[in-house]
Design a protein around this ligand. Structure first.
Ligand code: PFF
Length: 448
């Protein structure tokens, strides 16, 4: 670990930070919503297979690129490149990832702002400011702007403080809090009337749907979004890990945490919908499918919390705080991608670079907020449906086809003496070279 550029001070620091990036609105909102809309446990099964067979190998590729390069995404990829065309290609891939992270942050921050506004609503209610409470959950332009700015301010505040004092310290604080809130909420919800029906809907697979192409595309997109792939984030987090650490195991642990939290979130959200139904809330759309997307989080669930009286105020508060924390540990990772680039390639001071890039991204967010009806979905689509799979695929191409094989194997061996006997050693390099790029490309082309 190069001390001058900072790095994670401990293994647990890295795990919390990388899991913090991975676990976000994608897990707690996206995963249960997709599950509800795609045949319940059939989606869960496909998701698990794709997360471990495609997303994990691609995730390892990004971590290894970063740890080898000990630098931002562009510099790391260029260190692996020997020929001039490879260096240009490295620039395109690395910078593409940085742009992708910035675009995701520009819309993610808006949605995270909504989560914060729903978290403060019960607080205003309790202190008797009911008109403010009503206002913070309207789609008012000023409200959207205010909470987006607030959320970006928090993200910038943490990233300005650096890797150890910012990312690592805050991830270590926030992740356990988030997990505790999640578990408490699950315990509460599964004990309510109607929850068992929800558990059944969640855990009984409709096997006939497992091979549906659309389901495969959604599950892969979800897995890539969830592991923050194709955004330079895992490259830069990989670059902050010590060469003494066993990356193969660390990567597997982070993947396992990410998948487990998505699974737990399903245990909360889907039973909660059926509890809401037992309270008389409509949870099926006109076409018979479960209500998903923003109406689930901002209509069905708040109606459920309202129906619970005083307790509902507290549960609603806890739920939206959970969402906000999950979003914050992800948003800081998105900002670190461009900031590390500006600091290392353009010699900017960290504080200055963070504030400047934070402001630029905030400006994009403001443009989106003002044109929310069409721009939110558009930017989300460009960044997550096109940007992420393409960049993640190109990272696999880099590892498989451009990186010198002996250098790659040396990097895998660091901190891991027995790796040569493992399945990872035998399978992963070939798998990443041939299977991953083709499989990602196939799913991507289908999604078009
Ligand atoms: N993984 C985050 C989630 O599941 O919500 C989203 C995310 C974080 C995407 C960081 C991209 C990224 F670079």
């Amino acid at each position: 670990m190069s001390v001058s550029r900072g790095g994670f001070s401990s293994r647990i620091g890295f795990i919390m930070a990388a899991a913090g990036s991975a676990v976000g609105l994608g897990n707690i909102w996206g995963f249960p919503t997709q599950t509800a809309g795609n045949g319940g446990a059939a989606f869960v099964l496909v998701y698990l297979v794709l997360a471990f067979c495609l997303a994990y190998p691609a995730f390892m590729a990004e971590l290894l690129i970063g740890r080898y390069g000990q630098a931002n995404a562009v510099t790391s990829l260029q260190k692996m490149s020997k020929r001039p065309w490879q260096k240009h290609f490295a620039f395109v891939v690395g910078f593409g990832g940085i742009i992708c992270a910035s675009l995701i942050l520009s819309f993610y921050g808006i949605i995270a702002g909504w989560m914060m506004s729903y978290a403060v609503e019960p607080v205003f209610t309790v202190v008797g400011l009911s008109s403010v409470a009503e206002w913070v959950i309207t789609q008012d332009l000023l409200r959207n702007l205010l909470f987006t700015v607030l959320f970006m301010f928090m993200t910038v505040y943490i990233i300005r403080r650096g890797v150890e004092q910012g990312i690592e310290k805050w991830s270590k604080r926030l992740m356990p809090m988030m997990l505790a809130l999640l578990v408490l909420l699950i315990i509460y919800v599964v004990n309510q009337e109607g929850a068992s029906e929800g558990l059944q809907a969640y855990l009984n697979p409709d096997i006939s749907r497992v091979l549906e192409p659309d389901l495969l595309v959604s599950a892969l997109g979800q897995a890539f979004f969830s592991l923050s792939l194709g955004t330079s984030v895992m490259v830069i987090y990989g670059s902050y890990i010590s060469k003494k650490e066993n990356l193969v195991t660390l990567g597997a642990q982070v993947t396992l945490i990410d998948v487990s939290i998505a699974f737990l979130a399903g245990l909360l959200i889907i039973p909660a919908m059926y509890v809401a139904q037992a309270q008389g809330v409509a949870i099926f759309a006109e076409d018979g499918s479960l209500i998903s997307g923003s109406s689930l989080v901002f209509t069905v669930l708040p109606t459920l919390f309202d129906s619970m009286g005083q307790m509902g105020l507290f549960i609603g508060f806890a739920f939206f705080v959970l969402m906000s924390i999950a979003a914050l540990t992800s948003s800081i990772s998105m900002l670190e991608g461009p900031v590390s680039y500006a600091v290392e390639r353009h010699n900017m001071a960290r504080e200055k670079a963070t504030t400047f890039i934070g402001l630029v991204i905030l400006l994009i967010s403001i443009v989106i907020v003002v044109n929310i009806s069409f721009m939110l979905d558009l930017v989300a689509m460009i960044a997550t449906q096109y940007g992420q799979p393409i960049i993640a695929m190109l990272c696999c191409v880099f590892v498989g086809w451009i990186w010198q094989r002996n250098e790659l194997l040396n990097e895998i061996k660091l901190g891991n003496e027995t790796v040569e006997n493992s399945l990872f050693w035998k399978v992963w390099p070939v798998y990443t070279k041939f299977v991953c790029p083709v499989a990602i490309a196939m799913v991507f082309i289908h999604s078009l």
